[in-house]
Design a protein around this ligand. Structure first.
Ligand SMILES: *[C@@H]1O[C@H](CO)[C@@H](O)[C@H](O)[C@H]1NC(C)=O
Ligand SMILES: *[C@@H]1O[C@H](CO)[C@@H](O)[C@H](O)[C@H]1NC(C)=O
Ligand SMILES: *[C@@H]1O[C@H](CO)[C@@H](O)[C@H](O)[C@H]1NC(C)=O
Ligand SMILES: *[C@@H]1O[C@H](CO)[C@@H](O)[C@H](O)[C@H]1NC(C)=O
Ligand SMILES: *[C@@H]1O[C@H](CO)[C@@H](O)[C@H](O)[C@H]1NC(C)=O
Length: 598
């Protein structure tokens, strides 16, 4: 607050500085407000905004090359992950970019001591009143109301001096409205008294042998226990060998925190073999609260699943503050409503980061401005280059929720709705399955859950998946033509069980559906794989996809039945080999180890 009042006291000085002529400006980014938001009044000009300017990361192409080399099992550098310093060096903007941006800011009275920097100096951050941001970006901010009653201060486009377009990637908060969704759906306990719905297993000509369901998976309660999942994916007989040399993490947003008490009770019931003092550690970022009286079901699910598999491995849960709603009339800085960048800023500056991190949040890709999505995705690549396996859930509405599948560009074109960050090519995206003999693409007619899948409209298909996706598109033929982008990055990459998992939430067993069951489940299994790798002196998995695709999903159970439905269509069917409904399928711990020789 100190620097803010200092700044306001300097108002006359600021106004005396001549502003650059608007003819020097050109639009940098324009994005229509997502349809759930309505434009209300002009923003209060004194309202404060925590502005972030993302400077161009000078050597991103070089960083991407490193990422692919160290992740490609055929390359001589496989497993030689980059250090924090290496990545920061490759992410730093040029001196020239820094000077140009500073010069522009100084022209508006914003001196260097108003600016806070990210560790790689690729983000400049400062708190400014709306009127001044409007001058900097030649734009106008408005208050927008969400149909759920929340309000935020945003604009739909902003401009920059033409000479800065090559020095700045993105400025926020501007036109990203951000309405992150959790990828979990809890079915009420009472639903368990209802018989499990007929699994609509399609007859399949495939000869893929379906794994038999272990005894622990056939419970009278029709819910899925941790023991069932450990048996089914064959980790039950494995004891971590180097848990203190290994590390796994989960992320929480939107005010969610996991409950220490729920976790302890879950472990006591589900892992009586484990040390009862085992706990996750909590890292609170950006003033996140740790309100143990009000835990989140998603946060509980994540720690219970990961801890249930990975105990006694080092385990951190990150809770990042910064989420709507806020009152735009208060004279306090706008919550940037971009907790994801805040989290990235934080972890990208840490020396010690978990080898596997699972995230179960996302947004419709089309509601995220392209420049913002590209920047977040490139920061995820930085973590990948450091050897971190990033898992994201694929979403819970199949190819898009029925009745919602229109474009957001003003034309209302019918189209499937891919999700972000699931669509980022530098992460491993996890879809969902249910049932055991055979597993099939997940759905729950009780609550509308369908495992998510899609083709990005923002990110081109990366080389590593060209062959797999082309083969699938050939089998698909003209089905869904025009509804999806045949050249986009396709997801999910893998899948895992995601139906009626029993979470201990507020001391009650609560069955939960969703790909946010699948992502921490995959994280738990891959963490045990890392344990086996580290114990043998081998590098950890790192960015999984190049290896996954080049081995054709070696060690994963191929899912050949079910579909990722939605958008009032039959969606995308599963099939033999890679398919967009289930990726390469679900992780068999024993077979993946065999494929890695550990
Ligand atoms: C695991 O935690 C221990 C302390 O409990 C620490 O000494 C060790 O460095 C951690 N290992 C990793 C890989 O983070
Ligand atoms: C956290 O809260 C403190 C005190 O309320 C405030 O000074 C600081 O700016 C806040 N930090 C963030 C990142 O919101
Ligand atoms: C969506 O619509 C399809 C086709 O009309 C229907 O089969 C499916 O059950 C619907 N899905 C949901 C979740 O309501
Ligand atoms: C399809 O994806 C490509 C990137 O692969 C993108 O350039 C193009 O604009 C997308 N098409 C549509 C209609 O969004
Ligand atoms: C690695 O080599 C194998 C066999 O030589 C080949 O099938 C695979 O496509 C290669 N992977 C990559 C990523 O080039």
């Amino acid at each position: 607050m100190k620097s803010i009042s200092f700044f306001l006291l300097n108002l006359p000085l600021v106004l005396a500085v001549p502003l650059s002529s608007r003819t020097d400006y050109a639009i940098k980014s324009s994005h229509i407000a997502p349809r759930e938001w309505t434009k209300l009044s002009r923003a209060d000009l004194d309202h404060l905004i925590s502005l972030r300017i993302g400077l161009k990361q000078n050597q991103f192409d070089e960083l991407e090359r490193h990422l692919y080399e160290v992740s490609d099992p055929n390359h001589s550098r496989y497993g030689q992950h980059l250090s924090l310093e290496d990545v920061q060096g490759l992410s730093a903007p040029t001196e020239h970019s820094c000077d140009s941006v500073h010069e522009w800011l100084e022209g508006h009275g914003i001196t260097r001591d108003h600016v806070e920097y990210s560790p790689a100096k690729d983000w400049f951050k400062m708190t400014l009143p709306v009127w001044q941001v409007e001058k900097l970006l030649d734009t106008e901010y408005h208050q927008y109301g969400h149909e759920n009653g929340k309000q935020i201060v945003r604009t739909t486009q902003y401009s920059l001096p033409k000479s800065l377009h090559n020095h700045i990637d993105v400025v926020q908060p501007t036109n990203f409205f951000g309405n992150w969704k959790l990828h979990s759906t809890d079915s009420r306990i009472a639903d368990l008294s209802v018989p499990v719905e007929e699994a609509s297993v399609q007859s399949s000509s495939s000869s893929a042998a379906a794994a038999a369901a272990p005894a622990s998976c056939v419970t009278g309660s029709q819910a899925v226990s941790l023991q069932c999942l450990r048996d089914f994916y064959r980790t039950s007989n494995y004891t971590p060998q180097v848990p203190k040399k290994n590390y796994v993490g989960t992320t929480n947003y939107l005010g969610q925190v996991p409950s220490v008490v729920d976790f302890k009770a879950f472990m006591t019931t589900n892992r009586p073999d484990a040390n009862p003092t085992y706990q996750f550690t909590t890292q609170l970022i950006a003033n996140a609260s740790n309100n143990q009286a009000s835990p989140g079901v998603e946060a509980d699910l994540d720690v219970e699943m990961v801890g249930g598999f990975a105990v006694p491995t080092n385990f951190t849960t990150y809770s990042t503050g910064g989420s709507p709603p806020f009152n735009p009339d208060q004279n306090t800085p706008t919550n940037t409503n971009e907790p994801y960048l805040t989290w990235l800023d934080y972890v990208l500056g840490q020396k010690s980061v978990p080898y596997v991190i699972t995230t179960s949040y996302g947004d419709d890709e089309q509601t995220v401005p392209l420049d913002y999505a590209q920047r977040v995705c490139s920061e995820l690549a930085q973590l990948g280059a450091r050897g971190i396996t990033l898992l994201f859930s694929s979403g819970d509405s199949g190819v898009g929720a029925n009745g919602t599948c229109v474009s957001n560009d003003g034309t209302n074109k019918q189209q499937f709705l891919p999700a972000f960050p699931a669509s980022c090519p530098y992460v491993t995206t996890v879809g969902g399955t249910r049932d055991f003999a055979p597993e099939q693409v997940a759905f729950d007619t009780g609550n509308g859950y369908v495992a998510g899948s899609g083709f990005s409209n923002y990110f081109a298909r990366p080389d590593y998946q060209q062959a797999a996706v082309s083969a699938y598109l050939t089998t698909l033929g003209t089905k869904n033509q025009g509804l999806y982008n045949t050249t986009g990055r396709a997801y999910p990459d893998i899948s895992a069980q995601s139906y009626r998992f029993l979470v201990n939430y507020m001391a009650a067993p609560t069955p939960v559906d969703g790909t946010s069951v699948a992502s921490p489940l995959a994280a738990g299994i891959l963490t045990l794989i890392n344990d086996a790798l580290i114990a043998k002196g081998k590098p950890t998995l790192g960015f999984l996809n190049p290896r996954l695709y080049s081995t054709n999903g070696a060690g994963f159970n191929d899912i050949v039945t079910g579909s990722s439905t939605g958008c009032d269509t039959a969606g995308f069917p599963a099939g033999k080999g890679w398919d967009v409904a289930s990726g390469f399928g679900t992780p068999d711990f024993v077979n993946i180890r065999a494929s890695l020789g550990v």
